[in-house]
Ligand binder design. Structure first.
Ligand code: ZN
Length: 82
């Protein structure tokens, strides 16, 4: 499943959630353009800490970095994993 990391494009307008960055995985290769919480524009980022980590290690690192993980459960609906 593709994993995407996003961060707010304009930090001063962002909410706390997208300012820190969050991770999302989607069934389709859709690219998220807006924060699911505040609706401001987000950009896809590549997390350098993902390299060389196992799946669980990645989750751990993501948590430490303050990322949140969302699971898309329905159209426009996201479930927070952490
Ligand atoms: Zn936001």
């Amino acid at each position: 499943m593709p994993i995407y990391c996003y961060r707010a494009k304009e930090r001063e307008k962002s909410c706390e959630y997208c300012r820190q960055g969050f991770e999302i995985f989607e069934k389709k290769r859709a690219v998220l353009k807006y924060c699911p919480r505040c609706g401001n524009e987000v950009v896809k980022v590549y997390a350098p800490f993902s390299v060389g980590f196992s799946r669980s290690g990645f989750d751990q690192k993501a948590k430490e970095k303050g990322f949140h993980k969302l699971k898309r459960v329905d159209k426009g609906k996201y479930e927070k994993i952490y």
